[in-house]
Design a binder for this molecule. Structure first.
Ligand code: NAD
Length: 312
């Protein structure tokens, strides 16, 4: 009896193991793909960059010669690409993944891209008879490596149900944010709050210093008062007060200013498209453009205090 149960368990585990295509094996994609492989799935990957291909082979991932080859026998295909143009290029058109895949394939795009591109790809997927989810992440490379990412997912219920077991391998916090493109919408709206609030915290701590306030004393007051916010409590841009601050390690990221800049620009593109007024989001995007153009993209986003305080 015990033996039968064990056999049944092994069989159901084997049945739930899938062949997964993975496109984009960069800083984020490779550890995510590696976690899927570690969980027992067969992962077949492709990346345009030779270095990424080599790293993927070293991590035990089968690397194929062309993007379309990841489709062979795959039930699910995950993409983790730089931006909307790459995602549109890979998915759309007669040579795109959507046209070439067997009907009913589940596509999960984890890239952070503009909402309009995401919805365009979703619509094309539906037309082609494929299932599609947009599933941008937060948590960075450490979260990708540790399988602790947060996934913000947009798409139909049926697709979400099918994709959820894979998200649970690659992440810890999985939220279905609604229909097509809503994962991207949630990510950029959240990061717009973070960018604006980091600038507000930077302005207040810079002004406080000029007025003779000790930053630790001001933190003790404001962190328990109405000025408190997540950016202040977790990523305070002043060293020596909050343990998790990048300021304590010379603004080594963390969450790079270049990434914040990208997300704020995506938020502005979405706001323009939707006719939404986001004056502070626009200002935050402009300040991060200045900061990144001055060569600071590789610093943590909280280093924006250097620009605000005139300490660049
Ligand atoms: P990356 O540049 O390290 O990786 C992207 C990979 O895609 C590269 O290896 C590139 O060669 C490959 N690529 C580009 N076009 C391709 C194509 N047509 N076919 C196959 N491969 C192709 O970038 P990343 O840091 O891994 O980020 C990927 C996505 O995740 C981005 O959208 C980024 O905004 C988002 N993101 C990154 C982080 C982070 O901390 N790095 C955090 C959250 C979200």
């Amino acid at each position: 009896m015990v033996r039968n149960d064990t056999q049944k368990h092994v069989k159901s585990r084997e049945e739930s193991m899938a062949r997964i295509g993975f496109l984009g094996l960069g800083n984020m994609g490779l550890p995510m793909a590696a976690n899927l492989a570690k969980a027992g799935h067969t992962v077949v990957g492709f990346d345009l960059a030779q270095a990424a291909q080599q790293a993927a082979r070293a991590a035990g991932i089968e690397v194929v010669a062309a993007a379309a080859n990841v489709l062979d026998g795959a039930e699910t295909v995950v993409t983790m690409l730089p931006a909307g143009e790459h995602v549109r290029g890979v998915y759309l058109g007669t040579d795109g993944l959507l046209a070439k895949a067997a009907k009913g394939t589940l596509f999960i795009d984890c890239s952070t891209i503009d909402v309009a591109s995401s919805r365009e790809v979703h619509a094309a997927a539906e037309q082609a008879g494929q299932l599609m989810l947009d599933a941008p992440v937060s948590g960075g490379v450490a979260g990708a490596e540790g399988g602790t990412l947060t996934f913000m997912v947009g798409g139909a219920d049926a697709a979400f149900t099918k994709g959820k077991p894979l998200f649970e391998i690659m992440g810890r916090n999985i939220v279905h944010a609604g229909g097509p493109g809503n994962g991207q919408a949630a990510k950029i709206c959240n990061n717009m709050i973070l960018g604006i609030s980091m600038i507000a915290v930077s302005e207040a701590f810079s002004l406080g210093e000029k007025l003779g306030l000790d930053p630790k004393v001001f933190f003790d007051i404001s962190s328990k008062a109405s000025g408190s916010c997540w950016a202040m409590l977790n990523h305070l841009p002043v060293a020596g007060i909050v343990e998790t601050s990048a300021a304590n390690r010379g603004f080594k990221p963390g969450f790079a200013a270049a990434m914040m800049h990208k997300d704020l620009k995506l938020a502005q593109a979405a706001a323009n498209h939707a006719g939404a007024a986001t004056p502070l989001g626009a200002e935050a995007a402009a300040l991060y453009t200045l900061f990144v153009n001055a060569g600071n993209g590789g610093l943590d986003y909280s280093a924006i205090i250097r620009l605000i305080a005139g300490k660049e």
